[in-house]
Write a protein that binds this ligand. Structure first.
Ligand code: GTR
Length: 360
């Protein structure tokens, strides 16, 4: 067995040494332990939402088959009021509430028209609502000492930030949960069939959003690499030290204690992925994305299978590393390797939609 696998913490063993053999034990005891570990050491603690309200900015029929809605979400923290917008494109052939993809978008500051990165025409034509948030509106993506965005409104003024305080990715995930709060009130959307999707830093965020908020029925993590899907032990490309150095605002301060100490961590990323079980989980890699380490992303996903099996699902099973453009679809878990660079493109979306058609 390779060194990294031999040194991984046991997913199915509680902190007091009990073996986890049932779904109930997982849900009641082991899952909360792992969740707390990631919250404390990696992403940081998010606050409870306070006085959230929704305001419809516009609602219009774009084409005969597509309705567009723009909604402003307003929240109040101890430091004042903040807002961000959600844009929904909703297929309107159906009279039933529709399932949805929520994209955590860090690439473009505004809602793009249908692009390869965000192919709304394709998503909507296949019967799903295409919903997007722009992370910059929730928390700008640079190291500002947490002086702006949602952090400033919730952090206690004048006091040093605790080492487990939330970083920027946790703030974006918090934003995704607030969208879920809104979706629960929107009769056009089937709130029980919402997939949260992100690419790269957005892919790490989608995983954390799905871990924190179990209302998300499906999580898609595209090319998420370090502190996303990929195992940190033995990882090629980006390391914990590299990510904490380049992006010191992404995670809780506590995470920096693991710079160059991957083998001492009481967790690894397969445990983050396991927090999605038994819900739907789809992970992708790209052949030229060495910085993310595709093989490590795949291995980590494979290691969630014992957790899915507690729920009577095969998970990814024991599949070998696949060839490009040959998705592996297990039970509630899917993976593909795409030829090309670090990106989110139409081929990836086609696979997400196929997976959602089958399971969501
Ligand atoms: C890279 C970073 C990755 C990934 C990516 C992105 O530069 O090292 O962790 O998040 O950016 O978000 O595009």
């Amino acid at each position: 067995m390779d060194e990294r696998i031999a040194s991984l913490p046991e997913v199915l063993e509680t902190l007091d040494g009990e073996k986890v053999t049932s779904a109930e034990q997982w849900q009641q005891k082991r899952r909360p332990e792992i969740f707390k570990c990631f919250r404390e050491h990696v992403f940081g603690r998010e606050p409870c939402p306070d006085r959230l309200s929704f305001h419809m900015i516009s609602e219009e029929q774009l084409k005969e088959t597509i309705k567009s809605k723009k909604v402003r979400l307003t929240y109040v923290g101890p430091g004042g009021e903040g807002t961000f917008n959600v844009h929904l494109l909703i297929p309107c052939q159906s009279r039933q509430p529709v399932p949805a993809f929520l994209l955590i978008n860090h690439q473009t500051p505004e809602s793009p028209l249908s692009t390869s990165f965000w192919p709304t025409d394709e998503i909507v034509s296949r019967g799903y609502a295409a919903i997007v948030i722009h992370v910059q509106e929730i928390d700008p993506d640079f190291d500002d000492g947490f002086k702006n965005g949602v952090h400033a409104l919730f952090d206690a003024p004048g006091e040093p930030r605790p080492k487990n305080a939330w970083g920027t990715l946790a703030a974006w995930a918090w934003g995704a949960s607030r969208v879920m709060d809104y979706l629960e009130t929107d009769p056009d959307i089937d709130q029980h069939r919402v997939a949260v999707v992100g690419h790269s830093r957005g892919g790490k965020t989608a995983l954390w959003a799905g871990a924190v908020d179990q209302r998300f029925k499906m999580v898609v993590s595209n090319n998420s690499g370090c502190t996303g899907a990929a195992l940190s032990r033995g990882k090629k490309g980006e390391t914990i030290k590299a990510i904490n150095t380049r992006f010191p605002h992404w995670f809780a301060e506590n995470y920096k204690a693991f710079n160059d100490k991957e083998y001492d961590m009481p967790f690894d990323q397969h445990m983050l992925l396991s927090l999605i079980a038994p819900r739907l989980l789809y992970v992708t890699s790209a052949t030229e994305d060495d910085w993310s380490d595709p093989e490590s992303e795949f291995l980590s996903l494979l290691l969630t299978s014992p957790v899915y099996q507690l729920f009577g699902l095969k998970g990814l099973g024991e599949s070998p590393y696949p060839s490009p453009e040959e998705p592996i679809i297990g039970e509630h878990v899917g993976y593909h390797l795409r030829t090309g660079q670090h990106d989110l493109v139409e081929y990836d979306w086609k696979c997400f939609l196929d997976f959602a058609d089958r399971f969501l």
